[in-house]
Design a protein around this ligand. Structure first.
Ligand code: NAG
Ligand code: NAG
Ligand code: NAG
Ligand code: NAG
Length: 393
């Protein structure tokens, strides 16, 4: 919800650029709370020190409350868990700043990594003019975008296939084959089989009960091989491949118990199945940043081994690898922005209205952790990736 203070700041700032934004007469508190308004995104302060102490999560102020019928939950277990514990709004409709704060409070995610993720999601599947994103499906609290951004395509929410939600995830089906939004028992059972085979032993929880790199390496490879065989439309380009392996790295680095950095089957089940923090769980002591996640992802998808999978897609039943010779700097970053974000953002980001300023800020947040120097990749993707809604440009 947008506070009165934010509205005041927003209106003061917007007098310069647009008189349409602020109603001429005072709005009641009720109207402010019920009707979202275009909102300049203000980044939360960067932490002046990195948190290095262990912290038990959740704290007393964040008990588990199951989602109600209208609350949005989607394909990302970590965000679902944060919403169920009230670190994110329980509705599942969130601002960028809330994602950055909640991922720090719940998982000690590094500021720049969280800003990249939240900003990409906002541009891909949220409404950057209103700074609102549904972590599940389309939601009436998130207004439609101006037609100039995405044509007449509905934005969806995080769960909408394409741009972010994609193939070869661990516990969701490929969109082409089934339910790509909700937890799938049969896939999780496969995951458990791999833990039973490759997991580490624990004195407390027993043999083969800890999730480790070997589990992830074998399970992720099996998931790829399986979808490559079953999904004729498998799409596994550089950004999706990065997200898919980063997800696995997140689990190892963010879901593990901060005390000894081990991840038990029951903690995993708690987050995946119950979308709740495990009892007596501690978040990691040092912030997890993109370098940590990318290097772990590279251990899960290790170059020069039989497990190595390269970006590509299925064409006529065959996996065809992508030619990435003209990708600049980081291939994942390049693909995220150049191929996935709608090309209309390029011009919009040069505007001085609220939407333009927000889009520019979000694009900068995406670039920052990749250290791609001064090179700026411009969005060049389609407004209608599925070709399922009418073009307007
Ligand atoms: C916190 O850690 C990140 C990397 O995780 C680093 O880039 C940043 O400079 C650190 N910030 C402070 C204030 O030490
Ligand atoms: C995010 O956290 C910062 C630092 O604790 C705080 O100042 C800010 O109000 C928080 N913002 C939101 C939207 O919760
Ligand atoms: C999920 O929650 C139920 C009910 O609170 C509990 O009995 C069960 O042990 C939990 N499962 C996991 C894997 O945490
Ligand atoms: C986390 O580690 C502490 C200390 O070893 C232990 O008491 C606690 O049960 C562990 N929690 C989980 C969820 O594994």
């Amino acid at each position: 919800m947008i506070s009165t203070m934010q509205t005041v700041l927003l209106c003061a700032g917007s007098m310069l650029s647009s008189s349409l934004v602020c109603p001429p007469t005072a709005v009641t508190l009720d109207a402010v709370q019920n009707a979202p308004v275009p909102t300049l995104i203000v980044m939360p302060p960067r932490p002046s020190v990195n948190e290095t102490k262990l912290e038990k999560v959740p704290d007393a102020g964040h008990p588990f409350v199951p989602p109600g019928l209208k609350d949005q939950r989607g394909p990302c277990p970590a965000l679902n868990t944060l919403a169920n514990h009230g670190y994110l709004p329980h509705t599942g409709v969130v601002h960028l700043e809330q994602i950055i704060n909640a991922t720090r409070e719940g998982f000690n995610m590094d500021y720049d990594l969280a800003a990249f993720l939240g900003s990409f999601l906002m541009l891909a599947r949220g409404n950057p003019e209103y700074n609102l994103l549904s972590i599940g499906g389309e939601d009436e609290q998130v207004p439609s975008l101006p037609v100039k951004v995405d044509g007449k395509c509905p934005r969806g929410g995080l769960a909408k296939h394409g741009r972010f939600e994609g193939d070869v995830s661990m516990t969701r089906e490929d969109a082409e084959l089934g339910d790509d939004r909700n937890f799938q028992d049969n896939l999780y059972d496969q995951f458990l089989t791999f833990i039973g085979k490759y997991g580490d032993d624990s004195k407390v929880t027993g043999p083969n009960s800890l999730v480790n790199l070997q589990v992830m390496k074998h399970f992720k490879y099996q998931r790829f091989v399986d979808e490559q065989m079953r999904n004729p439309k498998l799409s596994f380009h550089a950004s999706r491949l990065a997200s898919s392996y980063n997800e696995a790295a997140f689990i190892l680095k963010f879901f593990a118990n901060g005390t000894d950095e081990t991840l038990t089957v029951s903690s995993l089940g708690s987050i995946f199945r119950n979308q709740s923090f495990a009892p007596n769980w501690w978040r990691r002591a040092s912030p997890g940043d993109l370098n940590l996640i990318a290097s772990t992802a590279s251990d899960i998808n290790p170059p020069n081994t039989p497990f190595f999978v390269k970006p590509g897609e299925n064409k006529d039943g065959k996996y065809v690898e992508d030619d990435m010779s003209d990708y600049k700097c980081d291939t994942g970053y390049y693909d995220f922005v150049y191929h996935n974000l709608p090309h209309t953002y390029d011009e919009i980001s040069r505007g001085s209205d609220i939407l333009g300023r927000n889009v520019k800020l979000l694009l900068e947040n995406i670039a920052r952790p990749f250290n791609c120097g001064t090179y700026k990749v411009v969005p060049n993707g389609p407004i209608d990736p599925d070709g399922k809604c009418e073009r307007s440009d």
